[in-house]
Design a protein around this ligand. Structure first.
Ligand code: ACO
Length: 318
């Protein structure tokens, strides 16, 4: 990985502000989720705008120009339009005209899915340099009258630049060491949006059975994490940082506990960002890299679960 960058909209919405709109409280939200505030995109600020801002920062950190990119993936469930893919606007605005670009949709697992997809392209030799972005404006698909969901989510984008490099096949190699992806469509109705072009011809609103999602998350996340650890031939004690999807502090802490990783080795941004779906892992990565906590050569475990149900993990040496 050559570099990462993030972007958060300016507007901060606190729990206290939400408590004026729905029957909830700062205490309830903090106790049940760990969220204190989240960002909300400005009127007219689109998912592609967030993605472009994050990508420009990632490219600057990577020290390469957009013309070096072979491919761009935008992981998102909140695209600008039904089509074309949000990635096409990102490609044009960045001036990455050599790159093919497409969106990938796996909701909160989107970034892990996109990372695994880019990794497969790089390993196959089809691409040498890839830009992987998680970008969301979930504020646009929330039912702002449903206290069970509107307090949980936020907007933002994070991006990473990947370049293929020959390794020794050892665990000390840099980059993506192992990935694991899973889907179980039988649970699609636990977390979904009740609209779409082919069903209602509307955008729809997010609907969720929070308690059930929570139950699945704890089991699935630990399992997928264990799989990548085993696949890479390392031990859970070798993991320097868990960079988890930021849905709920209790899910994050429960998974870390199952893996035996102490919380001071877990990157937490859910308090400030809320759940930004596909953007949450790259935003957490950026937070920890830019604050100097994650250092080159350290072993990172990324794990996520989301609507679908989809879940997965990636083990990355930074
Ligand atoms: N403020 C106050 N009370 C609330 C709120 C709120 N914002 N939301 C729900 N409640 C109430 C409920 O109505 C319920 O009241 P009742 O007992 O009178 O019916 C009570 O709180 C308990 O509700 P539960 O849903 O059982 O609360 P729980 O402790 O499970 O917390 C939460 C709810 C935070 C949604 C939790 O289930 C959760 O985080 N689930 C995971 C969902 C998630 O993170 N989804 C994101 C996408 S998937 C992923 O990223 C992993």
């Amino acid at each position: 990985m050559l570099g990462c960058g993030g972007y958060l909209p300016d507007r901060i919405v606190t729990n206290a502000e939400l408590a004026k709109q729905v029957e909830t409280s700062d205490e309830w939200i903090i106790e049940r989720t760990g969220i204190r505030e989240r960002r909300v995109a400005a009127e007219g600020e689109k998912t592609s705008d967030l993605a472009i801002a994050a990508s420009e920062r990632a490219l600057a950190k990577a020290g390469i120009g957009a013309d070096a990119l072979d491919m761009i993936i935008v992981a998102t469930s909140t695209p600008d339009n039904t089509f074309p893919a949000t990635a096409t606007r990102v490609q044009a605005e960045l001036g990455a005209l050599k790159a093919w670009a497409f969106d990938q949709q796996a909701v909160c697992s989107g970034f892990v899915y996109a990372l695994a997809t880019a990794d497969a392209y790089l390993r196959s030799g089809m691409a040498e340099t890839a830009l992987v972005i998680g970008a969301e404006t979930f504020s646009r698909i929330l039912d702002w009258e449903d206290r069970g969901t509107c307090v949980l989510f936020g907007d933002g984008a994070g991006a990473v630049v990947l370049r293929a490099e020959d390794g020794a096949g050892a665990t000390s190699d840099r980059g993506i060491l192992a990935t694991d992806l899973n889907t179980d469509g039988r649970y699609a109705d636990l977390l979904y949006v009740d609209g779409g072009p082919s069903s209602t011809q509307t955008v729809g609103k997010l609907r969720m059975h929070g308690r059930e999602v929570f139950r699945h998350a704890i089991v699935n996340l630990a399992e997928t994490a264990e799989k990548v650890i085993e696949r890479a031939g390392v031990d859970a004690s070798d993991v320097d940082w868990i960079v988890p999807h930021q849905a709920n502090i209790r899910i994050i802490a429960g998974t870390a506990k199952k893996l035996g990783v102490p919380m001071d080795r877990v990157v937490v941004t859910v308090d400030r960002h809320g759940n930004t779906s596909a953007a949450s892992i790259p935003l957490a990565l950026v937070d920890a890299v830019e604050s100097g906590r994650i250092k080159p050569g350290e072993l990172l475990l990324m794990e996520a679960m989301g609507g679908g149900m989809t879940w997965g993990a990636a083990l990355v040496r930074w």
